[in-house]
Design a binder for this molecule. Sequence first.
Ligand SMILES: Nc1nc2c(c(=O)[nH]1)N[C@H]1C(S)=C(S)[C@@H](COP(=O)(O)O)O[C@H]1N2
Ligand SMILES: [Mo]
Length: 311
Amino acid sequence: MLIKQSSDIKENEVTDQQDYLSRRAFIKASIAQGLGASLLGLGVTESAQALSKDKEYTLEGDEVTSYKDITTYNNFYEFGTGKGDPAKNAHHLPTSPWSIVVEGECEKAGRYSLEDILKPHDSEDRIYRFRCVEGWSMVIPWQGFPLSDLIKRFQPTSKAKYVRFETLHDPEYMSGQRRPILDWPYVEGLRMDEAMHPLAILATGLYGKTLPNQNGAPLRLVVPWKYGFKNIKSIAKISFVEEQPVSAWTKSIPEEYGFYSNVNPTVAHPRWSQKRERRIGDFFKRDTLMFNGYADQVASLYSGMDLTKHF
Ligand SMILES: Nc1nc2c(c(=O)[nH]1)N[C@H]1C(S)=C(S)[C@@H](COP(=O)(O)O)O[C@H]1N2
Ligand SMILES: [Mo]
């Protein structure tokens, strides 16, 4: 499973990946040559923004994981605990119409349709490293928009210290929820300053295509400096709260899964080391980086905190 055979890749998938990657390479090259504005039909400021964003959110030297691996090797326990289960079972879930309940310490609580949520936000390309607590990793080309932009629209009050997210609870379609694997629905949370960090996004797509259900359609959280399980899928509720939320994994096994869950090679999981990881598609393991390689951007969020205690 970990070593990719070229016969596993269907022709149309190769084409889709090449299309996506060559479109990106073209945009980057055009911008670098100063051709960006005219060729791409963008204004000068827009092309400058695209260039600075591209530098910030693109990984040099990390190969993008294949579309097939990203969409068939998944954790989404609502659809089964096997890595292949979500790809097999999640397509049954109706993701349209979809609505998200916004509640708690904010001025604009209510039930919003997905269209309402998405309408004012431009989709951006973000290529991010993704590290699962189990010791594997990927590099995923997401489309999405900053979580901070959405949060601002709901006007959180000064009492909103944390944001809590909940996945849909629907055992009819999410067959995994018929068994007490976790205390359903899946819950995750971020401290407000983490949620407002520009690296944190809500993803709506990957590889330039609509997000597949197994990857958390229609809307899922992506926080690239934290372990995979913080990246909650198929969000149905967002709450602004004063107290630190208890996430589903913390509730189930508190000594193994803390609230912060920052990627941290110096803090071992009680049952295994977190020092190294296997990039899906690679044979050899590589060293895991502090904050998954995003330390320059996010370390200041945790200055003064003992990260062995707040793991
Ligand atoms: N609702 C929900 N979100 C979830 C999970 C889950 O089981 N249910 N699994 C988490 C874990 S452990 C990981 S590693 C990532 C996997 O995301 P991917 O399948 O898109 O790679 O989703 C996270 N989000
Ligand atoms: Mo994970």
